[in-house]
Design a protein around this ligand. Structure first.
Ligand SMILES: *[C@@H]1O[C@H](CO)[C@@H](O)[C@H](O)[C@H]1NC(C)=O
Ligand SMILES: *[C@@H]1O[C@H](CO)[C@@H](O)[C@H](O)[C@H]1NC(C)=O
Ligand SMILES: *[C@@H]1O[C@H](CO)[C@@H](O)[C@H](O)[C@H]1NC(C)=O
Length: 429
């Protein structure tokens, strides 16, 4: 639901910028009429508003002191993505939702003020801002980051039993799985929390997370080079895993075995999308009263300089990813192998230790949700956890991206999102 909110609000932002560039600026005499795409704003806004309100029912304060619950049909699971989406969708509603006066498809009903009886839904409604601030506070206090400073996937609740009063139970069963998109989706919200409040701590948190990601790919940002000397790979070998990548290249845990689901094939692109939004030059803080112009200019300059510092790493990733294209220009999912070609690695002998899924992790995004009592409402007896691999896998590097689902629309969008990130960073003033 919250992906949908972000999608419609991005559609509004796109139509605005297209209208500005091609009508207001290029052909001022066409500005009055404007681009016909802007006629869709009420429909886009309506959908964004409906989905935000539907999703808001997932916020729960009885368990873990707060947090958005992922899936009402499974055991309570408060995970990074759902809460990051809630933060980013709520800041986006506060800043970009233009208001809505269409009560369809929910008719007014007694006792349902939220969706039914309001005459209109105004823009810049403080409930969106408040939701983002409360959720951010909960998430940062939730202990959801690991020793690399990366978001793990989320928390189950020990001792939870369906059908009894579970009030007050805590988020204490942590799933150590790390995905790239969990390090990205919050970046849009952090940037916009700065725009809303003018508080630089949100920007600092975003840069810290980006640097943690870069470090966890095995990249030394002070030397602008991979930490591992890649010459030792000559002819064979898989580069070492650093937490979210190897050889300075962003990698999903499923990449090496090509077990990625089509969802996971979008993850690196999602990271790049939110990174690009985060690193745009800052907007003026929204609340004029709290704003200190001098501090804002200082923050804005620091932000740009920090973002420019990520360019060599992005370039390194783009070089690797571009090397994964096939004869028709289609990007692969596993960017790292594009780099290995340069080191004349021709074949990979993958051993179980190369597969970066920790014992306390369930890679449910790729292997499916296990049918066990941790995940499913009805108690079951089998431990559905799937081990990713227990044998040696020899992969020809001739085209390691031809395995699994191979090249898809999703792998292509990942490559494009990376190139766009590099392009936007290169244009920073
Ligand atoms: C945070 O989570 C880790 C991993 O589950 C755990 O070892 C640690 O004790 C937790 N810290 C707090 C303060 O709860
Ligand atoms: C559940 O337990 C909490 C705290 O123990 C209590 O405040 C609440 O009223 C209970 N809810 C129900 C429905 O019994
Ligand atoms: C889950 O496990 C239970 C008990 O072992 C079994 O009855 C059920 O069919 C399983 N469900 C699925 C979807 O595999």
């Amino acid at each position: 639901m919250l992906w949908v909110v972000l999608g419609w609000l991005d559609a509004i932002k796109f139509a605005k910028s297209h209208n500005k560039a091609h009508y207001e600026v290029l052909v001022p005499q066409r500005a009055v009429q404007g681009w016909h795409g802007t006629a869709w704003f009420p429909a886009f806004a309506h959908r964004a508003r409906i989905f935000w309100h539907l999703a808001s029912a997932g916020w729960d304060t009885q368990l873990c002191g707060g947090g958005m619950n992922w899936n009402p049909r499974l055991m309570p699971y408060k995970n990074a993505i759902t809460n990051e989406l809630w933060i980013s969708a709520s800041t986006a509603m506060y800043l970009h939702f233009p208001g809505d006066d269409n009560s369809s498809p929910f008719k007014a009903r007694d006792g349902e003020p939220e969706l039914g009886t309001a005459a209109s839904w105004p823009r810049h409604d403080s409930k969106y801002k408040d939701a983002a601030i409360v959720a951010h506070k909960w998430l940062t206090a939730s202990n959801m980051t690991n020793s690399h400073g990366l978001y793990v996937d989320g928390f189950h609740i020990s001792g939870y039993r369906p059908g009894v009063n579970n009030t007050g139970k805590k988020c204490d069963e942590r799933d150590e799985m790390v995905y790239t998109y969990n390090q990205g989706t919050i970046l849009t919200g952090l940037r916009e929390l700065y725009t809303i409040t003018g508080k630089s701590e949100y920007l600092e948190e975003g840069h810290q997370l980006i640097r943690a990601v870069i470090k966890a790919t095995g990249w030394d940002i002070t030397k602008n080079a991979p930490v591992q000397d890649l010459k030792v790979l000559q002819g064979h070998g898989v580069p070492a895993w650093y937490g979210l990548g190897r050889a300075g290249v962003l990698e999903e845990a499923c990449d090496i075995l090509a077990t990625c689901s089509q969802d996971a094939q979008t993850f690196k692109g999602i990271w790049m999308h939110h990174f690009t939004t985060f690193c745009k030059p800052l907007d003026e803080p929204f609340d004029g009263e709290e704003m200190n112009q001098h501090m804002h200019l200082r923050n804005a300059n620091l932000h740009i300089e920090s973002c420019k510092g990520y360019k060599p790493w992005l370039q390194h990733n783009a070089d690797a990813a571009r090397n994964t294209r096939d004869g028709e220009g289609r990007y692969g999912m596993w960017w790292t192998v594009g780099l290995m070609k340069e080191y004349h690695v021709h074949g990979l002998s993958i051993v179980p230790e190369d597969v970066p899924v920790p014992a306390e992790a369930t890679d449910y995004r790729n292997d499916g949700v296990p049918n066990n009592s941790i995940w499913m409402m009805a108690p079951v007896h089998n431990d559905g956890r799937q081990r990713p691999m227990n044998r040696r896998d020899v992969v020809k590097l001739s085209d390691a991206n031809d395995r699994g689902r191979g090249r898809t629309v999703e792998t292509q969008s990942g490559g494009l999102a990376l190139l766009r990130a590099l392009w936007e960073i290169s244009r920073l003033p």
